[in-house]
Ligand binder design. Structure first.
Ligand code: PMP
Length: 360
């Protein structure tokens, strides 16, 4: 018990999730997009917010139908398969989307599984929805170990499988054949978390293409990364209509504010410009990977907007040395490894210069 408060026993001693929010010149720690919206986008967002303000005395569209139609149109192009508004759902960040999935499909007596190293919020969704949490492992190269994965699924019969692709913190994308094999073996829903999907390298497919034949597949996306809208809080999923209907049961009424809906629609209307910056970030990511390797370090091939690298006997010392030089990256994942988000060319130059000094 926390004093006299009846805190749930499993929350005693727990701390809120989150990377340190430090004020340093070069912030490469939470996989944000370093490019803010353009002036034209800002002007349109301001107008859309002013418009939304006129009716802020009213609740927002509970079902966010206009926004979901825009998201469906965007995903239909990106994934190459047509999606209807009933097959898309939106919430405050993909964090909320995935919590809603666990609320609908997890729960007491049920199990969710994932494979480490992976996104550290997954166990929190399970804890908060009273779902038993089982963590398998990935291969040493951070790819999915399919025989082990199928064994874990056979043993635990999870109602939810969570797979990040590209994976955080490693940047590793899943093979579609593996997703299909997992879907065939899993009794419940399989969530492919494509928060970084737009950053995948040419020729790497999205699990969106599997949706037409897979009613238990959920593809989760976010506008926080490719659309440079981390502050706007808009995540979404694509799945069968039955999945969307299930999630609608557990969502809070009016969970998505009219301001959020309006801002997200403007960002989507400017998709061309937003995604041009993604191409620059992908190129900078590949240059960062090549540079790290050229310095004799290990780096995991990345389909995301970050690179996972190492291995350092004392990674904390490297992290601290970079911070002392004004560069904040993330200390996460297997011991010895660090994750750097891809920033502007100037920020990456600062990162390289600082790392050279630290490693001297
Ligand atoms: N999934 C993965 C793999 C992530 O790395 C993140 C953010 N770091 C999220 C989901 C959640 O992002 P958001 O809630 O901003 O959509």
């Amino acid at each position: 018990m926390n004093g006299t408060l009846p805190l749930r026993p499993e929350l005693v001693g727990e701390v809120p999730y989150g990377a340190p929010q430090l004020d340093v010149p070069v912030m490469l720690n939470v996989n944000e997009n370093p490019y803010p919206p353009s002036e034209a986008t800002i002007v349109d967002m301001a107008a859309a917010v002013a418009d939304a303000a006129r009716t802020l005395n009213r609740y927002p569209d509970r079902d966010a139908l206009d926004l979901r139609a825009d998201l469906a149109a965007y995903l239909s192009v990106d994934g190459g398969v047509p999606l209807g508004v009933d097959e898309v759902w939106a919430a405050n960040g993909s964090n909320e989307v995935m919590l809603q999935l666990l609320l609908a499909f997890g729960g007491p007596g049920r199990t969710a599984v994932s494979f480490a190293p992976t996104y550290s919020m997954y166990p929190e969704y399970a804890r908060d929805s009273h779902t038993t949490w089982v963590l398998g492992r990935r291969r040493d190269d951070f790819g999915i170990d399919l025989p082990h994965t199928l064994d874990v699924i056979a043993e635990h019969q999870p109602s939810v499988v969570l797979l990040a692709s590209p994976n955080n913190p490693t940047g590793t994308a899943l093979e579609l054949a593996d997703v299909e094999a997992i879907l065939a073996a899993a009794p419940g829903v399989v969530v492919v978390d494509e928060a970084y999907g737009e950053f995948r390298r040419a020729g790497v497919p999205s699990a969106l293409s599997l949706l037409p034949n897979q009613p238990r597949l959920v593809v989760s996306r976010t506008m926080s990364k490719a659309f440079a809208l981390a502050g706007g809080r808009l995540g979404y999923l694509a799945a069968s209509r039955a999945v969307v209907d299930a999630v609608r049961i557990v969502r809070l009424p009016y969970h998505l504010s009219s301001v959020t809906q309006a801002v997200a629609r403007v960002a989507l209307a400017h998709a061309g410009e937003m995604l041009a910056a993604v191409d620059e970030l992908r190129a900078e990511r590949d240059r960062t990977y090549d540079w790290l390797r050229s310095r004799g370090l290990q780096a995991a091939p990345s389909d995301a907007n970050f690179v996972f690298f190492g291995a350092f006997p004392d990674r904390h010392a490297v992290w601290q040395g970079l911070l002392d030089r004004g560069v904040l990256i993330r200390e996460t994942g297997p011991d010895g490894w660090l994750r750097v988000s891809i920033g502007t060319p100037a920020e990456m130059a600062a990162f390289r210069a600082a790392l050279l000094e630290v490693l001297q």
